[in-house]
Design a protein around this ligand. Structure first.
Ligand SMILES: Cc1cc2nc3c(=O)[nH]c(=O)nc-3n(C[C@H](O)[C@H](O)[C@H](O)COP(=O)(O)O)c2cc1C
Length: 182
């Protein structure tokens, strides 16, 4: 039997913080992928220039071209972001703005994990993420958009979530997003 072709999941954290809970959730997500999937967590958020359509005139900046290429060549995207001051981090909104004038996200299956433990669970941020993703043409996979509260105490020294129940819930989100893709 032929081996299944390798698929790629691109993961985007809205946090640029060392020791980020959101990034820890994404690291954990990569560990739950089926063997024919590879994963890459975006590491360039702090290096993207502020969105400016004028910068497209002579071709996009290399960091933007790299971001778009990573999205284009992935089969699915998984987001995980904190809320700051009632909204998504500016750095994440900036990233999304760079994808709008391009078709890289069009039809791309997208899910998210909201790890907030706050009472309102960063609701405004994920509503806004939904709105902005609609402009990109991404295909939001509703069942792969989950609230999975992750307190700081659940993050291990290796920067992943070790709590079995929470890992299982993260696995469910990843599986729901990736398993229909063949
Ligand atoms: C300046 C500041 C503003 C924040 N505003 C909110 C907020 O509006 N809503 C919320 O749920 N959490 C808010 N938080 C909490 C962060 O979302 C929380 O610390 C989160 O874990 C940060 O994500 P990270 O660990 O991935 O960096 C805020 C934190 C800071 C430092």
């Amino acid at each position: 039997m032929a081996a299944e072709p390798v698929k790629s999941l691109f993961l985007i954290s809205g946090s640029t913080r060392e020791g980020s809970i959101n990034t820890a959730v994404l690291k954990t997500a990569t560990a739950t992928l089926a063997s024919h999937w590879t994963a890459s967590i975006y590491a360039g958020l702090t290096h993207l220039p502020h969105f400016n359509p004028d910068l497209e005139q002579s071709g996009p900046p290399s960091s933007v071209a790299d971001l778009r290429a990573a999205i284009r060549t992935s089969e699915a995207l998984l987001f995980c972001t904190p809320e700051y001051a009632g909204a998504m981090p500016g750095a994440l909104k900036n990233l999304l703005e760079w994808t709008i004038g391009d078709t890289v996200m069009s039809g791309k299956p997208v899910g998210w994990i909201n790890p907030s433990t706050a009472p309102q669970r960063a609701a405004a941020t994920y509503e806004s993420l939904r709105t902005v993703l609609a402009y990109t043409g991404a295909a939001i996979i509703e069942d792969a958009c989950l609230n999975i509260p992750v307190g700081r105490s659940l993050i291990s020294d290796t920067g992943t979530v070790e709590d079995p129940t929470t890992r299982e819930r993260i696995h469910t989100a990843v599986h729901t997003l990736t398993s229909p893709i063949n």
